[in-house]
Design a protein around this ligand. Structure first.
Ligand code: ADP
Length: 416
């Protein structure tokens, strides 16, 4: 048998999934974050413990490994790959201090003009006393892969998007070169490209084949998209988690910073998307998971609710309505909780449909099929309501695990 290993370094822990050559899961394991005072040690410990946990029988037949990390989690290393300071995590907004200067250099509305972008973080790090010892900038996934293949200065075009890499021309843009950042920016490969064989010491220590390949990785949210089963233009994934996130595969690249819309490259296609602040976090404020199940069952999906809400926890949304002061609209609130829930589910279904309409108006391919991920995916009442607005087939994602999507990447089946 031939097996492939995908490892996900997500927000709550690390997971590993081993698949066979027909993309069936044969083994999976997880490692929650424990020692978060020291992220670098924590990630290393997770990586080694996941490799340890895979059975020797499987490890002897794993042909390739890929790793995904959280987008824009970066660190600086010296010439030997040793981190010179603490990593900056995906949601660290200290880069806001450099945004004003950066805005004079970067084209207007560029993705890097965000406090949490990798480039804003890197420019902030330039002021650290440790920066003098830094030789390489790496994303979380790049550094973890380096621990396996031993090659420094390599990344992929998913992780590198928020560093400013031009994913259309496949090169660093001139304006970025002009910044003359005195460290080595990573060489960028297509996600899933084999980088090299597993370091022989690690192969021997854990019982892997000596010719097991380590591939360029991706980000956690793209890995979750890859896991969904969506593959062709017009296919999309709606994530009904705490927030509502839409991703639509398209032949056209769409960028519109006003709505926070940008596109990742996916082989010859583009993964366009936007994220709204509405989502299940609002449901959680009013209902327990058990209530969501029992009340949803009582809703008559054939009748549209008259209630027209814009469910938000606090004011402001960017997509599909770009208004930082948009107020939450949760009135009038009926006494009957079923009617209230019906209104909330219906209103979020309208926002989802409006989001896809906006992506299509901006030039994305026509929506043909929606996969659903996240806590709300299990709610068949909601799926039926959403179907009324979207008018196309809706299915649950084949799999929602980023580690599974990353294993597919290692399998090279996706031809990204
Ligand atoms: P996160 O984005 O935080 O990872 P999850 O994908 O884990 O979120 O989903 C959790 C959310 O799903 C919670 O906000 C919860 O209210 C919601 N949820 C759980 N069960 C249901 C249900 N049956 N119908 C709708 N929403 C649900």
């Amino acid at each position: 048998m031939t097996f492939y290993l995908g490892i996900d370094f997500g927000t709550s822990g690390a997971r590993a999934v081993v698949i066979d050559d027909e993309a069936r899961i044969v083994s999976q394991m997880r490692h929650p974050w424990t020692n978060i005072a020291d992220w670098v040690s924590c990630w290393k410990e997770a990586l080694w413990s996941l490799l340890e946990a895979i059975s020797l029988e499987l490890k002897g037949e794993i042909r390739a490994i890929a790793i995904n990390g959280t987008s824009s989690t970066i660190l600086l290393t010296d010439a030997t790959g040793q981190p010179v300071d603490l990593p900056l995590l995906y949601n660290d907004a200290r880069g806001s201090m450099v945004l004003k200067d950066l805005s004079h250099i970067v084209p207007p509305n560029h993705t890097v003009l965000s406090a949490t972008s990798s480039l804003a973080k890197l420019l902030w790090m330039e002021h650290l006393p440790s920066f003098g010892q830094a030789r390489y900038l790496l994303h979380q996934a790049d550094w973890l892969a380096f621990l396996l293949h031993g090659q420094l200065g390599i990344s992929d075009y998913h992780n590198a998007l928020k560093l400013g890499y031009d994913v259309e021309k496949l090169q660093y843009p001139e304006w970025l070169e002009k910044l003359q950042i005195p460290i080595t920016l990573p060489q960028i490969l297509a996600p899933g490209t084999p980088v090299g064989q597993l370091n022989p010491e690690i192969a021997a220590k854990f019982g892997f084949r000596h010719d097991c390949l380590v591939c360029a990785g991706t980000t956690d949210s793209i890995a979750a998209f890859l896991a969904s089963g969506a593959k062709s233009p017009g296919q999309a994934v709606t994530s009904l988690g705490s927030t509502l996130v839409l991703k639509l595969l398209s032949r056209t690249r769409i960028e519109d910073a006003r709505y926070g819309i940008y596109s990742h490259r996916l082989g010859d296609l583009w993964l366009t998307g936007g994220a709204s602040n509405t989502g299940c976090a609002v449901l959680k404020k009013f209902f327990t998971d058990e209530e969501l199940v029992s009340l949803s069952r009582e809703i008559d999906v054939s009748k549209a609710s008259e209630l027209d809400y814009y469910p938000l926890l606090k004011e402001g949304d960017r997509f599909p309505i770009n208004d930082p002061h948009l107020p939450p609209k949760l009135e009038p609130r009926p006494d009957n909780p079923r009617e209230f829930l019906h209104g909330l589910l219906e209103s979020m279904a309208r926002i989802e449909a409006r989001g896809y309409k906006l992506l299509q108006e901006l030039g994305a391919d026509q929506l043909k099929h929606v996969y659903t991920a996240g806590g709300g995916a299990a709610n068949s009442t909601w799926t039926a309501i959403r179907g009324r607005y979207l008018n196309i087939p809706i299915a649950s994602s084949i799999n929602t695990e980023a580690a599974y999507g990353t294993a597919l990447l290692a399998m090279q089946q996706l031809k990204i």
